[in-house]
Ligand binder design. Sequence first.
Ligand code: FDA
Length: 455
Amino acid sequence: MTERDVVIVGAGVTGLTAADRLVAAGRTVAVLEARDRVGGRTWTDEVGGVPLEIGGQWVSPDQTALLETLDDLGLATHDRYRAGSSVYVDEHGTRTEYTGDVFPLPEASANEVERLVAVVDEHVARVDPDRPWETPGAAALDETSFRAWLHSLSADRVATDNVELFIAGAMLTKPAHAFSALQALLMAASAGSFANLVDPDFILDKRVVGGMQQVAERLAARLGADVHLDAPVRTLRRDDHGVTAIADGGIEIRARQALVAVPPPLYSRISYEPPLPRRQHQLHQHLSMGFVIKVQAVYDRPFWRGAGLSGTAFSPYELVHEAYDNTSHGSEQGTLVGFVSDVHADDAFTLSAEERKARVLASLAHYYGDEALRPVVYHESDWGTEEWTRGAYAASFDLGGLVRYGADQRAAVGPIRFASSDLAGHGYQHVDGAVRMGRAAAAEILAALPQLAAR
Ligand code: FDA
């Protein structure tokens, strides 16, 4: 059996950030990773000879923890291509090109969207993303679905469909009836404001040259042989003196503290001996993954740019509800990325692969014209089939869960702690949140270790 100060379950950005901080503070660690690669929900891969971001990729200016890490690791960023007009498709299928960040809606609905964004942001200003359950009126906001709440604020369905899109399809990737108004406010507060979320030039500002997975790869390179791949942790056995992690491949690590840095819906894949307390047994059942298909279509050239289009496109009424220019840095080819969310993703996966591809490309063609029908490479990121993730982008509570359980979601159970981007305040559901959670967990563990050492 190998002995370490800390054993970390999961080599995503959360787990590796924590490990990096602990080692920098002079502690010994072992990181056990189920997959044959590090990075978790960040994954840069080559598909048909083209480098693609299969998972998390964009960075926004408020994501300062991630920006610091990129700097520390010597990773550069580049801007998302955004010159030219965006495209909006309305509820009748009519396509309009526009500039600026206001959708070309009928005047009354455009005004209503502006009013709703202001109302939502008034609420967001009262939310501390690290303690959303303490928001004034939290209980009422958490028992109302985001859709019902928006409908109570406005009778203009075009306006509410558009406002809903930014949090439901674009962020939590669940239908807006399935999560609460408070959860939606947390999502917005975690990015500074709702206005930030609706502004693609803010929230989708930059990408990492060479790919986001390098964050995990470079952190792991610092740790060397202390990162064990193909080592899913099956059991965490705890006692008064510490914890033993038992993973596949005959790996057993004895440590004083453990950090479980996996998506919350996977907590129950691990056997805890003795079992976790009832609070965790209950709480963990109320956090579930959203679901979105990230689709990328690569063309010989970025043909939309020649037509004066930025590649940015939205419609609450299209199968692909949002799409962007996702061309690789320095590439002469052009890549479009689009997203198919929640119930639309469910429906899409009832189709054959050919039919699904045809429907997705038809939706892209509604935005960019028929040239979109003929990519040279086509790829769907399907995180729903990934055993060690089971959805995308991240986990959120069901109605009422945030107020009922939120304050305990990061509570330690003896020597076992929990952290991931799904539990973050600032940077919630983002790589930045993973960095913040990794740092916070490392600080808590460092504070706990000397006490244990003194026993
Ligand atoms: P993560 O899930 O990455 O890591 C957990 C690790 O634990 C995994 O490596 C997993 O294999 C491992 N594991 C699980 N169970 C285990 C077990 N029993 N034993 C050992 N290991 C185990 N964010 C962003 O900032 N900008 C963006 O543009 C996007 N876009 C985006 C697109 C898509 C398609 C996805 C799926 C996600 C995003 N995100 C994003 C979200 C972002 O990628 C995500 O929030 C973080 O990468 C999560 O990092 P964590 O380390 O917290 O979990």
